[in-house]
Design a protein around this ligand. Structure first.
Ligand code: SAH
Length: 370
């Protein structure tokens, strides 16, 4: 690696011009240096073992109408389901039996009391069942601060809420203009998650129609400035029933989206050395090997799908979702070998708190004592 490349990459800040240049450079040596350095930084700061989060797609019932999403409220052809408490607990048992240290409960968004109480009950049951040994991440959309706190007290410890894009104009374009999908509310929800005490995760879609490279550079700067603990981001993928698919805005082809996604992951690792970064499922839709590539260039989290097979088909945020028929056990075995292919090891049994969060918590406690 050229020494000035190494110097540049080790002194990377959130300067948008440099980030834009690094996201687009055609210099293959520099491109390879970005990936190589990101892998090194990951190994030095969070190690070369990869954490598992068993993904449970709890329900596709959704009150929102995000224009990119295949389970949005207005997608009338989708059969709507919701897992029972027992089904969720069976999935958690499965995760535990297979030594996964944590699970993610993801769902279409609902804000009604019944939903809020059911999630809380499930969290309490998981806590009891596993002696608090399995950490739970929630990914259930925008909720009030009160709900976030209630779920935290019921047993959740992490929350994923993607900002989707940090450009408020683009955010407006990819959501309906109904006063219910506001950039400011999303940002406030993220602030509330952090304030409440969650390990806070966010992310963006990459290669949206009308998204410029400068916007992606700003997304990276946002992650850094917001001081997030974990990031899940991946390529935007079309869904044939979503209004955005027919958008006439400038588009990226799948291989451009893939390359941009990998560079976003690598640059984020250089910017934020000790956070958790997921190799998202959407990457795999473009290229079966893409998640391994992501693990090689800075990502350290894999989320194998452990949703009961009978529901998988109905939770399609985008087309060609991979792993529709691969059962959980097969998936975990597959990742065991893939992780070694990516030069690391599966971190079985570990819940995998991001180092970044532990340090952030320590600092807050010290500040409070002062
Ligand atoms: N309802 C929850 C979680 C489900 S959606 C929430 O809104 O947070 C989880 C993520 O999937 C979204 O945040 C979005 O970034 C991603 N997603 C949705 N539709 C997508 C598409 N067409 N292509 C790529 N990612 C998509």
């Amino acid at each position: 690696m050229k020494s000035y490349h190494k110097y540049l990459l080790n002194n990377i800040g959130s300067d948008r011009e440099t980030l834009t240049e690094l996201l687009t450079t055609k210099d293959t040596e520099l491109r390879n240096a970005i990936f190589g350095e990101a892998e090194l930084v990951r190994n030095l700061n969070v190690g070369n073992y990869f954490y598992f989060r068993g993904l449970i797609e709890f329900s596709n019932k959704c009150v929102r109408d995000c224009l990119y999403c295949g389970i949005r409220a207005n997608c009338k052809s989708v059969y709507r389901y919701e897992m029972t408490e027992e089904e969720v607990l069976n999935a958690v048992d499965f995760a535990w039996k297979h030594n996964l240290g944590s699970v993610v409960i993801q769902s279409g968004e609902r804000n009604d009391k019944e939903f809020i109480l059911k999630i809380a009950r499930i969290l309490n049951l998981i806590r009891k069942r596993t002696n608090d040994e399995i950490k739970v991440t929630l990914s259930c959309g925008e909720q009030t601060e009160e709900t976030f706190r209630y779920w935290l007290e019921s047993g959740a410890s992490r929350y994923l809420l993607r900002i989707e894009t940090t450009n408020s104009n683009l955010f407006r374009k990819i959501h309906p203009c109904d006063g219910k999908h506001l950039f400011s509310t999303r940002l406030q929800a993220l602030e509330n998650l952090k304030k409440t005490g969650y390990q806070t995760g966010t992310g963006v879609m990459i290669g949206l129609p009308g998204q410029s490279i400068e916007m992606l550079a700003s997304d990276l700067a946002f992650f850094k400035n917001f001081n997030v603990d974990m990031v899940g981001m991946g390529p935007y993928l079309e869904h044939n029933e979503s209004p955005m698919t027919s958008s006439s805005e400038q588009k990226y082809n799948p291989s451009e989206r893939l390359e941009l996604s990998l560079r976003m992951i690598a640059l984020l690792r250089l910017l934020m050395k000790n956070i958790n970064i997921a190799a998202s499922t959407a990457l795999q839709s473009i290229d079966p090997e893409a998640r391994v590539e992501a693990l090689k260039c800075g990502a350290n989290v894999i989320m194998p799908n452990i949703t009961p097979l009978k529901y998988r088909y109905y939770y399609q945020l985008y087309e060609n979702k991979p792993g529709m028929n691969i059962d959980g056990a097969e998936n975990i075995a597959y990742w065991n070998t893939q992780m070694q292919k990516a030069g690391g090891f599966p971190a079985f049994k570990l819940s995998g708190d991001p180092k970044h969060f532990l340090l952030r918590k320590q600092r807050t406690q010290i500040a409070l004592q002062d």
